[in-house]
Design a protein around this ligand. Structure first.
Ligand SMILES: CC(=O)SCCNC(=O)CCNC(=O)[C@H](O)C(C)(C)COP(=O)(O)OP(=O)(O)OC[C@H]1O[C@@H](n2cnc3c(N)ncnc32)[C@H](O)[C@@H]1OP(=O)(O)O
Ligand SMILES: O=CC(=O)O
Ligand SMILES: [Mg+2]
Length: 559
């Protein structure tokens, strides 16, 4: 690409020795150029954490860190308004954008057909398995499916670099299996952490760097040239955005990154997770803010449900029933999915579906059949409504999703399905699902919340629990529901109140049972007590904690 090789950041590849001797970034104590590494830095990590890569991240942090903080403060202000009774609506000040006749930039060839996307953490074996899975896209996840230990963050970047360079291999010494890439692999999209998270192991001017900028910056820095050579590009999924301003900040980051590399605007392509209730009122605006870079929105249903509980935390009329009852066929979720399709297709962007939590059940063929049928039904709804593709959690689900989309979507996508037949109003998006709150639902939230936190604290961000995929977003629902039920003294279907004594009694019983369940998992045992303490604090606190990963992260860092 013109101008590509002459720019500052694309320095010739140095040897490790060159890099460490010229390293002007200090570890642990003093700082040079204002950058300090507080995490482990072995030779392998130094290949990723090069001075040039860190200077690039520091440049992004210095330019955009203050705006990130301002936008996080804006979230707090908006929350206060919601607590005071403000009812979200489509903003009047952006009506011209919603009514305007514009489209997003063209979608690159390798992102035109995204009928099946597999997602997963950036673990070395899983990266290879996901790329080989037969899915069209692999979303490599530094967010919901990831526990952001320093090792996970840096080794994840190493794994993605090696995947892009097609040198990634893995030997499993316990099974004797070896792994390498097939000739044909899925298109790679990386998901950096959301705006709320910090990377405490890197300080810029004595302050921790944004986790989003760290993840984006490293992946972009190390892989862009190779990806473009391969006819692909630096592609990202952007999580947990709440409004157009947060999208505009990402856009500025992309412009700065592309300018620094001498790349044309629009080289970066992104898919935004539409996974907060407030963002649902600004779909057009988010697409517009990112119009040079965006190719799709994706219905991140789990965070969306969590966001609904979180944003309306103070409203007694917004208490949700058991998690199992809050399915995509409830009115508010179906409405959001349909509005995403309609809005995206009008603007020339794809509307991706989301993830069913069911995974294969190896030990019970009947239960397995039921689980797979649920996944199939979910994909049938998505394809039938006009989504352009979907997510799966596990390689065995790729053929199921593919078969559904192949039969309902003969072309590469459904951009021509405009869904002008539907009108979605604010009332549709805000309609609270009815249903019951049960003791079983309460117990399940306790169990899943504690077990997930045990796993997360021991370095696993995505785990199978009771035959479902559980990650940070689904665990957020568990703890947010209990907080909400306790806070509003919700009534169980058997007429008892969800109060502190009931919660405490069930918690004690569940903890006793969980001790048996984790008996053969030594890493979870080590974090179990901390998980219980953290989980209990989160659900009984007077104030709702914005993200469970914020207090939990303090346990992943040792300073
Ligand atoms: C709300 C959201 O954000 S959704 C997005 C975040 N969630 C995800 O990305 C889900 C990712 N999925 C996973 O992590 C896993 O599938 C789990 C944890 C749900 C289930 O894990 P397990 O029960 O260990 O899976 P299982 O034992 O059946 O795995 C079988 C094989 O498939 C592989 N595999 C399973 N899931 C994946 C995946 N998502 N990507 C790549 N490989 C996978 C395993 O590595 C294993 O490989 P092997 O046979 O070579 O050893
Ligand atoms: O990120 C996806 C979600 O469902 O949350
Ligand atoms: Mg999510």
């Amino acid at each position: 690409m013109k101008g590509f090789s002459s720019v500052f950041y694309l320095v010739p590849k140095k040897t490790i020795n060159d890099m460490t001797t010229s390293f002007n970034v200090q570890t642990n104590k003093s700082t040079a150029n204002g950058i300090k590494i507080r995490g482990k830095l072995c030779a392998e990590y130094a290949e990723i954490l090069t001075p040039q890569a860190l200077e690039f991240i520091a440049m992004l942090q210095r330019r955009f860190g203050a705006e990130r903080e301002r936008l996080l403060k804006l979230r707090e202000t908006i929350q206060q308004q919601l607590n005071a009774g403000w009812q979200p609506d489509f903003p009047s000040e952006t009506e011209a954008i919603r009514n305007g006749d514009w489209k997003v930039a063209p979608i690159p060839q390798d992102l035109q057909d995204r009928r099946v996307e597999i997602t997963g953490p950036c673990d070395r074996k899983m990266v290879i398995n996901a790329l080989n899975s037969g899915a069209n896209v692999f979303m490599a996840d530094f967010e919901d499916a990831n526990s952001p230990t320093w090792d996970n963050m840096v080794s994840g970047q190493i794994n993605l670099r090696d995947a892009v360079n097609r040198t990634i291999e893995f030997s499993d010494f316990t099974t004797g299996k070896t792994y390498k890439l097939n000739e044909k692999t899925a298109v790679l999209i990386a998901r950096p952490r959301g705006w709320h998270l910090l990377e405490e192991h890197i300080l810029v001017d004595d302050r921790p760097v944004s986790g989003s900028l760290f993840d984006f910056g490293l992946y972009f820095f190390h892989n862009t040239r190779k990806l473009l050579e391969q006819g692909s590009g630096p592609y990202f999924y952007l999580p947990k955005l709440e409004n157009r301003h947060e999208a505009a900040l990402w856009n500025e980051v992309f412009v700065a990154a592309q300018e620094a590399f001498g790349l044309p605007i629009g080289t970066i392509k992104v898919t935004v997770l539409l996974e907060t209730i407030l963002a649902a009122f600004e779909m057009d605006e988010i697409l517009y803010a990112l119009r040079d870079h965006i190719v799709a929105l994706n219905c991140g249903r789990w965070d969306y449900i969590f966001s609904f509980i979180k944003k309306f935390r103070d409203r007694a009329d917004c208490v949700l029933p058991d998690r199992q009852q809050v399915t995509m066929t409830t009115h508010f979720l179906r409405s959001y999915s349909l509005l995403t399709i309609k809005t995206c297709h009008r603007r020339g962007a794809l509307a991706m579906g989301g993830m069913a939590a069911q995974i294969p059940i190896k030990t019970d063929p009947v239960a397995n059949e039921t689980a797979l049928a649920k996944v199939k039904a979910d994909k049938e709804r998505e394809a039938g409504d006009g989504h352009d593709g979907t997510w799966v959690a596990h390689p065995a689900l790729v053929p199921i999703a593919r078969q559904v989309f192949d039969s309902k979507m003969p072309g590469s996508n459904q951009l021509s399905v405009l869904r002008d037949d539907i009108t979605i109003t604010a009332a549709d998006l805000l309609s609270v699902p009815t249903g019951s709150i049960t003791e079983a639902g309460l117990r399940n939230n306790i169990r899943v919340g504690i077990l997930y936190l045990s796993a997360w604290l021991s370095g696993s961000g995505c785990v199978p629990l009771y035959n479902l995929m559980e990650d940070a977003a689904t665990a957020e629902i568990c703890r947010a529901q209990i907080w909400q039920w306790l806070h509003h003294n919700a009534t169980l279907e058997d007429s008892r109140s969800v109060d502190r004594p009931l919660f405490q009694a069930l918690l004690n019983e569940e903890i006793a049972a969980l001790h048996q369940e984790i008996a053969d998992r030594s890493s979870w045992q080590k974090t179990f007590d901390t998980a219980i303490e953290l989980f209990t604090q989160l659900v009984i606190a007077d104030n709702f904690e914005e993200f469970l990963t914020l207090p939990a992260y303090r346990h992943l860092v040792s300073f």
